[in-house]
Design a protein around this ligand. Structure first.
Ligand code: B12
Ligand code: SF4
Length: 463
């Protein structure tokens, strides 16, 4: 059997995530074709250990081909790993790069990483030929006698992909499996987005295949919740509706979407709401000046309406924001703070707040007040989310006198135990078999322990 190493070389992402989905599709394809595959993910198991250890582990696996991901405009990590490995593996070992950055900057990626071959776009229809030394297909770039031969791009087509191999993906404790059901976005104009520079044709994976992915992942790993990493899951609400209908009642899913697509998908969301856990919206800002500058194609009102619509439907709305670009002044920051003072509850749904960065040029110098603003906003967000979580949990306990309905919040065992003890105390007082004052004292102690656990409740709710 031929050994193939798949490498996600970027370390210390600082964000918890499930692992590299692109590599999981490639791994499945290769395993189906009888290769022995191992994934080495520098962002997970290696993030706290020596980086050199990855190179040693890869070399110990004795791979004939090493596939290295290039994304997020990070050329240094793939280069480091390739250079570190060159002296440790057999001379004829093939270094093949691919991924989002290798797709939009193929020549630069090949040059800066030191790889032999690159795949531009969809790896699935190409990888087998490349492993067999066939370089003529569209989507391949390689060095030949000092000259770079670029055959153009292979468009992504998720309908040709296998069910991803999640054995090397860190499936979260709350059991979410990543999947793709479509690629492309019907807007493709946001000034900060990869798709503005490099639009993708919208392509869907057939509904039967997505349903089959869900069922086989469920059978193999027992997972019942899925996250669709589509660019804009609600590009076509009718298709989303068909997909939701076809998915088994016991499964649930989450995805990312535009605010305005959420509003246009009213009927779909009504019908599918019991299967949807959360929708993460690229809100970016609540100011018209910023939304216009970033060509988001939404208004502050659209953003607010979409979030409120989801709350009304019982779907958790997540929101991604960009705090500032180089043109952001104190006036804009103050307006954002004022917005949150008026709508503090919305802060609970903040998933991530980024600065607008040109990653290719490296981080820009921002005025100091932008750091202060970021800090203020995340403090406000954590205050409101803690309060919200507690209020929400207590309201549900009062209503149901059980923890059943909190299942979807993915509470940790420890937290559930405290809550169950509190519920028992409430019942004992109601039955008259426990003195109320005594119960209150015990509840207070449990409450303190519960509060200590709130941070973990909070993070599990946000995952
Ligand atoms: C999940 C996700 C993340 C996760 C995990 C990323 C990961 N490694 O999987 C997290 C949260 C960590 C993340 C972080 C960031 N992300 Co991000 N993220 C995504 C998202 C939503 C999904 C990626 C995905 O899994 N797609 C599905 C897979 C199947 O598609 P794929 O990766 O393209 O895979 C196919 C091909 O590219 C190829 N392929 C993929 N990998 C490899 C590897 C090899 C060796 C080969 C040969 C081929 C190959 O084959 C696959 C099948 O055909 C995309 C948007 C999107 N919808 O794609 C953005 C996206 C990838 N992220 C992006 C960016 C900018 C970032 C950040 C820089 C954001 C930030 N502000 O910090 C950071 C990067 C940090 C860093 N590098 O230091 C950009 C990338 C732009 C670029 N040119 O690389 C995207 C495209 C978003 C956008 N629309 O602009 N991200
Ligand atoms: S809506 Fe999202 S995927 Fe579409 S162009 Fe804007 S940022 Fe990119």
């Amino acid at each position: 059997m031929v050994n193939i190493a798949l490498v996600q070389p970027t370390r210390n992402l600082g964000i918890r995530y499930t692992g590299d989905l692109g590599l999981a599709y490639i791994s499945a394809y290769l395993k189906n074709n009888r290769y022995r595959v191992r994934t080495f993910d520098a962002s997970s198991s290696y993030s706290t250990t020596s980086a050199a250890k990855i190179a040693m582990d890869i070399a110990d696996f004795v791979p004939e081909h090493i596939l290295v991901k290039v994304w997020g405009f990070d050329y240094k990590s793939p280069n480091w790993i390739i250079e570190a490995l060159k002296g440790k593996v057999k001379r004829k070992t093939n270094f093949i790069i691919g991924g989002q950055t290798a797709t939009i900057r193929p020549e630069k990626s090949l040059n800066l990483t030191g790889a032999d071959v690159g795949i531009i776009g969809d790896a699935i229809p190409l990888i087998y030929s490349v492993l067999h030394g066939e370089m003529s297909k569209k989507g391949v770039i390689y060095n030949q006698n000092g000259e770079v031969i670029n055959n153009g791009e292979a468009e992504l087509n998720p309908d040709n992909w296998p069910t991803p191999d999640l054995s090397d993906i860190r499936i979260r404790e709350n059991g979410t499996a990543p999947l793709v059901s479509s690629v492309g976005c019907n807007h493709s104009r946001c000034s900060f987005c990869f798709l503005k520079e490099h639009p993708r044709r919208i392509k869907f994976r057939s509904i039967e295949k997505v349903v089959n992915d869900i069922e086989s992942i469920n059978q193999r790993w027992g997972i019942r919740h899925f996250y669709f990493y589509d660019d804009n899951f609600l590009n076509d609400p009718r298709r989303a509706e068909e997909l939701a209908e076809a998915i088994n009642e016991e499964m649930s899913f989450s995805f990312e979407s535009r605010a305005e697509s959420v509003l246009k998908s009213e009927k779909y969301l009504q019908r599918a709401k019991h299967k949807i856990r959360r929708i993460d919206i690229g809100v970016e800002s609540f100011l018209s000046s910023q939304l216009e500058r970033w060509v988001k194609g939404t208004t502050p009102q659209t953003n607010l309406d979409a979030i409120n619509r989801l709350i009304a439907l019982g779907i958790i709305p997540g929101m991604y924001m960009i705090s500032a670009d180089e043109q952001t002044d104190l006036n804009e920051l103050n307006q954002t703070i004022d917005f949150f003072k008026e709508n503090p509850f919305i802060l609970f749904f903040l998933r991530n707040i980024n600065r607008f960065q040109d990653h290719e040029q490296g981080p820009k110098e921002y005025p100091k007040y932008i750091n202060v603003f970021q800090f203020a906003l995340s403090e406000m967000a954590s205050f409101f989310s803690k309060r919200y979580v507690l209020e929400n949990i207590l309201a549900r306990i009062k209503r149901d006198k059980s923890l059943e309905s909190l299942g979807s919040f993915g509470l940790k065992e420890q937290t559930k135990n405290y809550l169950n003890s509190i519920i028992s105390l409430v019942r004992l007082v109601e039955e008259g078999s426990k003195n109320e004052e005594e119960a209150k004292d015990e509840a207070r102690v449990l409450g303190i322990e519960l509060a200590k656990n709130l941070q973990s409740v909070n993070s599990s709710l946000r995952d």
